[in-house]
Design a protein around this ligand. Structure first.
Ligand SMILES: C[S@@+](CC[C@H](N)C(=O)[O-])C[C@H]1O[C@@H](n2cnc3c(N)ncnc32)[C@H](O)[C@@H]1O
Length: 429
């Protein structure tokens, strides 16, 4: 039956992420290549993502509808049922969702539970899935922190984090202007709109495999959220500037800078050698020659040649609390102690890289977090201990003015949650 393999793959991904502590990225990387058809891969990914975003709601339905609660040996069954509910939630034709999921149960050696799967999915179809609290699925400590940091906006943040994110594209200006790419999309029958505030950004109505994007392999376009595209405007280095992208992989922001100004001399650094290789592949596809290096940015003695940078971008490792809609497993895997460790890494990066900035130069500190401690409080503390650093204004298009930088909350303008602060180093007297 068509689509059964996609349901099985989605179930394996969910089982791995929910029950074995694996990251969504790693689980998808293992499961998707087993599906030869690109449409099956897209379906499996969408089902797994939807189930993870809504799992607390779906679990509440199971708790209410099952006479006996699921036990440890039913974990795979739970994953399959969540995959089934996700398909109904996504609006897939109910008969196809039901038939293929029940068939998947049989193919997974669970013929004895096929009747139960069928009955639960039919009930969900008939009665609808129950609504859940806004913060369902968020660990209590993290939900409390979001409420403390954003008392007015917290419920909107939780709601936006459970929604599917739109697909954003960054048009490569070196290949064609944005209008020309919009015309190519139109010719290919793909619905798209140009963003008003971001000069290279296009928003698609629905997510597509990149292979379906005209000219993708030839570097015409990349996938990048609008919030991330704003960073090039925040840094806005002068032509021929020497730029350090200290936490660069997989290279989205460095590539954007180079597409805008091929004369920039960019060093794209990342501590993770595997991610550096992915970044090199991305630069090759875009035909950009950007220097790359696998090294710890917090230890410049190991890699810096002593020539100061005119502009530095620290797109820091962070809690990823602004991109839960794209990485819903963040809520499963993040521990409170991780946040303190991340805050320490971020301040170490700021302190270690500031001396590499030329007097008068600018440093942009960015995260995809929505927590004050990683963002405005991090920048405030840095300014307090760094005599030659001042904060530069950026403007409302970068989000809410958080006092020490700008915060975009998830879903605002269709974009990811993102924080950005621009710092300037005093010129020599
Ligand atoms: C938010 S991601 C960067 C995304 C990237 N700027 C882009 O636009 O595609 C953060 C990156 O920081 C890297 N990282 C973490 N600690 C680092 C360190 N000490 N030095 C250099 N890179 C580090 C991680 O490997 C990860 O790739």
């Amino acid at each position: 039956m068509p689509g059964v393999a996609a349901r099985i793959a989605a179930t394996h991904v969910l089982d791995d992420v929910l029950h074995r502590g694996r990251s969504l990225k790693a689980a998808l990387a293992q499961a998707l290549p087993t599906l030869p058809d690109v449409r099956d891969r897209a379906l499996a990914e969408a089902v797994a993502m939807t189930a993870l975003r809504q799992h607390a709601r779906f679990d509440a339905a199971l708790a209410a509808w099952l006479q006996k609660p699921l036990v440890a040996r039913d974990r795979e069954l739970r994953a399959l049922l969540l995959a089934g509910f996700a398909q109904l939630e996504m609006g897939l034709p109910a008969h196809a969702a039901l038939d293929a999921t029940v068939e998947a149960a049989r193919a997974m050696g669970r013929a004895h539970q096929a009747g139960l799967v069928n009955a639960l999915l039919r009930r969900a179809q008939r009665e609808g899935l129950p609504e859940a609290q806004f913060d369902a699925g968020w660990p209590a400590w993290l939900a409390a922190q979001v409420r403390a940091d954003w008392p007015q906006q917290a419920d909107a943040i939780f709601a936006a984090s459970a929604q599917e994110a739109p697909m954003w594209l960054r048009v490569n200006r070196r290949v064609q202007p944005r209008d020309a790419y919009l015309a190519l999309l139109r010719d290919a029958g793909i619905n798209a709109t140009a963003d008003e505030t971001l000069p290279d950004a296009i928003r698609l109505q629905s997510t597509l495999p990149v292979q379906q994007l005209p000219g993708f392999d030839a570097g015409a376009v990349s996938v990048q959220d609008g919030a991330a595209q704003a960073v090039a405007d925040a840094l806005s280095p002068s032509s021929q500037a020497r730029v350090l992208d200290a936490c660069a992989a997989p290279g989205g922001k460095a590539a954007h800078l180079a597409e805008r100004d091929p004369a920039l001399r960019i060093l794209a650094l990342d501590v993770d050698a595997r991610r550096v290789r992915r970044m090199q592949d991305a630069f090759a596809r875009l035909q950009l020659s950007i220097d790359t290096r696998a090294a710890d940015a917090a230890q410049p003695a190991m890699w810096w040649d002593g020539t100061p940078f005119d502009a530095i971008l620290i797109d820091a490792p962070c809690s990823a609390t602004g991109i839960v809609r794209r990485q819903p497993d963040v809520l499963l895997h993040r521990r409170q102690a991780d946040i303190d460790a991340l805050i320490a890494t971020q301040s170490k990066l700021l302190d270690a890289l500031w001396p590499l900035l030329t007097p008068g130069g600018t440093l942009v500190y960015a995260t995809c977090s929505i927590l004050h401690a990683e963002n405005a409080a991090q920048v405030a503390a840095f300014l307090a201990r760094t005599a030659d650093a001042t904060l530069e204004p950026l403007g409302d298009s970068f989000g809410i003015n958080a006092g020490f930088g700008y915060q975009r909350l998830p879903g605002e303008g269709g974009m990811d949650g993102f924080f950005c602060a621009k710092l300037r180093k005093a010129s020599r007297p």
